[in-house]
Unconditional design. Structure first.
Length: 287
């Protein structure tokens, strides 16, 4: 798999590095000549806003690409045992191992932009949320080590231990990063060193909920990516299994089986035989 394929995330979205550069320029132009702001000098370009847009774009890319990377570890954790579980683990490893470093470049990009442009905010966040950030850093290092060590394993037991470390760190890292986002969103980080509680700033209902959501969204994104990757390699059975995992991770828990069955029935009755089936519905052919 090429790095460019991992950056785009889909063959139908041919986004390359040159296009991303154009996106950055467009954002800068939008800040400079966009709609009027409530400030007094509305038509002046505010340079302090440009790095924020860059950081938000980088954060969005890391959420998608890095989230798919973390989600691959989640599916390895819950794969179980047996031949089918080994197929899931091998697919997740072979799909993500060549590109995981490129995916995490966006995290470095975000940290560099925020550190350079907003040092006071960066210092307050890093000091107040030092514990979850440390946990996330350790998890990323452990995942990188697992990628390197897995190729050198000689026995099934060694490979299983490496995969276990990789899987647990793949769940722990996005959860810790999600609690960081939750702490900032719930205004528990203030200017200071530290600017809030070292414990309750990230161990609270809002932060924990966003941490769980980060793990779930990564699992969904990864299952979609791995399903497409297995389909490209001609393994349709494995692609269907990852597709089922994507439906489990992305379906609302409140939707009952009967509601989904009713929705599938109505969708299929209105579809022609050569139309693609509805997402989450079983394979169907006309009578």
């Amino acid at each position: 798999m090429r790095t460019s394929e991992a950056v785009t995330g889909a063959d139908v979205i041919p986004v390359g590095y040159a296009t991303l550069a154009l996106v950055y320029l467009a954002l800068a132009a939008g800040v400079a000549w966009g709609p009027a702001s409530p400030l007094e000098d509305a038509r002046l370009m505010h340079l302090y806003e440009v790095p924020l847009w860059f950081a938000l774009v980088g954060l969005a890319l890391y959420t998608v690409l890095g989230g798919a990377d973390f989600g691959a570890g989640f599916w390895q954790l819950v794969a179980g045992r047996g031949k089918r579980a080994d197929e899931v683990r091998d697919e997740a490893h072979h799909a993500m191992a060549p590109v995981w470093e490129a995916n995490h470049v966006w995290l470095i990009f975000v940290l560099t932009v925020v550190w350079t442009a907003y040092p006071v905010a960066f210092g307050s966040i890093a000091s107040t949320l030092s514990i979850p950030l440390f946990i996330a850093g350790v998890g990323i290092v452990m995942r990188g080590g697992a990628y390197a060590l897995r190729a050198g394993t000689r026995t099934a037991g060694e490979q299983r231990r490496v995969d276990t470390v990789f899987a647990f760190s793949s769940v722990l890292t996005p959860f810790a990063l999600g609690t960081v986002i939750g702490a900032i969103a719930s205004e528990r980080v203030h200017v200071g060193n530290p600017g809030g509680s070292l414990v309750t700033s990230w161990l609270n209902p809002t932060s924990i909920a966003i941490g769980v959501l980060a793990v779930a969204s990564g699992a969904y994104t990864s299952a979609v990516f791995l399903s497409g990757d297995a389909e490209r390699h001609g393994d349709r059975a494995l692609a269907e299994r990852f597709r089922a995992r994507a439906l489990i991770a992305g379906s609302p828990p409140a939707q009952s089986r009967s509601e989904r069955s009713s929705s599938c029935t109505s969708t299929q009755s209105a579809s022609s035989g050569d139309s693609p089936r509805a997402l989450g519905c079983p394979r169907w052919s006309p009578p």
